[in-house]
Design a protein. Structure first.
Length: 367
């Protein structure tokens, strides 16, 4: 992972050999036509966004792209639209506009837009280029980096997809000014995750500076985004396709995905579910004898300070419903569920060796 600074911008790279790419973080990136065009080349450009982001930033980005054709597809907004039906709409629009294999897709939006645009890029005519322009905090610190793309299925979250890396990730921090409060706090869950799994010093900084982040202090946000991306870039470079250490990035997500699936992706934002899932994972790590009471308390306090949920949605029918959806999690191997837990703050590990009855009791206590 290489890190550079340029004026008021920060940049780092995801080191994957000839598929390495930069992450550039700063204010005003959408207006920097030279920067945007440097990652697009001379080929066709096709922007994918949604009905919420388009009125805010689509015209601004298209002006920087400088493409007279201004090709774009606007999706409905929401996790419930992250499915194969929406993918077919993207493919149909690409074909209708006669986009060839030299098209570059541009994902302008949050995690849903980024995941679907990346999957479209991975599969349209067997693979075309794309860049990520994330506009939510969650997408900026997590989903835009690392090449996980895909869609949901009624049977589980992100069950259909591919590992496919972008050409670049351009993070314009100015876009956070229009992010609704609920979505902003949901994004903080992924920021906190990095402190919990691999960066105790960062977690301590978060505990001391959460009020600055909640108030959207520009310097604090840029630091937190850069530190989060640095953590993820390092893990992805070491294990691109999640055959080993990358699984720790799913801390809290096994619980989160189960809740999202059980509620048909309609009650909580993804980050809210992750915040709840991390709280359960912290508690289960403590009850299982891995994590000290002090560390559990500190981790829980940071999650609470971000204003994230501490109880499951009322519609959840019971712990068994959560466990049933956890049983089809992508980390299941040879029929055994594996969980990401903590031995200490900043020290995550993956295990299939845990007390199933204690797990059910822990989940039940959060319903």
């Amino acid at each position: 992972m290489n890190i550079n600074t340029h004026e008021d911008r920060l940049s780092l790279s995801v080191d994957l050999g000839d598929r390495s790419y930069p992450i550039i973080i700063g204010a005003g990136l959408l207006d920097d036509s030279q920067l945007v065009q440097s990652y697009l080349g001379c080929e066709q450009k096709f922007v994918v966004t949604n009905e919420t982001v388009a009125p805010l930033y689509l015209q601004q980005l298209q002006q920087s792209i400088g493409d007279a054709s201004r090709l774009a597809h606007i999706l409905p907004d929401g996790e419930q639209f992250k499915n194969l039906a929406s993918m077919e709409q993207i493919y149909s629009e690409l074909l209708a506009k006669k986009c060839s294999r030299d098209v570059t897709l541009v994902a302008l939006g949050g995690g849903v837009v980024g995941d679907m645009t990346g999957f479209a890029a991975a599969t349209y005519q067997r693979g075309v280029s794309f860049i990520q322009v994330p506009t939510t905090l969650l997408a900026q610190v997590d989903s835009s980096v690392g090449g996980k793309t895909g869609v949901n299925h009624p049977g589980g979250k992100n069950m259909i997809g591919a590992f496919y890396q972008p050409r670049a990730v351009l993070i314009d921090t100015d876009t956070l000014a229009t992010l609704p409060e609920r979505e902003f706090r949901a994004g903080l869950a992924e920021v906190i995750k990095y402190g919990l799994i691999c960066d105790q010093e960062f977690l301590a900084w978060l505990a001391a500076n959460m009020s600055r982040l909640v108030q959207r202090d520009a310097a604090a946000l840029q630091f937190a985004i850069h530190r989060s991306c640095g953590c993820k870039a390092g893990v992805v470079a070491a294990d691109e396709t999640e055959s080993g250490i990358r699984a720790i990035l799913n801390f809290g997500h096994t619980f989160a995905h189960a809740v999202e699936t059980a509620t048909h992706y309609q009650q909580w934002l993804h980050g809210e579910a992750v915040g709840f899932g991390m709280l359960v994972a912290l508690d289960f790590s403590h009850r299982s004898g891995f994590l000290s009471a002090q560390d559990f308390q500190m981790g829980a306090e940071v999650i609470h300070a971000a204003g994230l949920p501490s109880k499951a949605p009322a519609s959840i029918e019971g712990a068994q419903q959560i466990l049933d959806f956890m049983a089809v999690d992508k980390k299941v191997k040879q029929g055994k569920l594996r969980l990401v837990l903590l031995r200490e703050l900043g020290g995550a590990f993956v295990t299939a060796d845990f007390d199933a009855d204690l797990l059910e009791k822990t989940i039940q206590d959060y319903l």
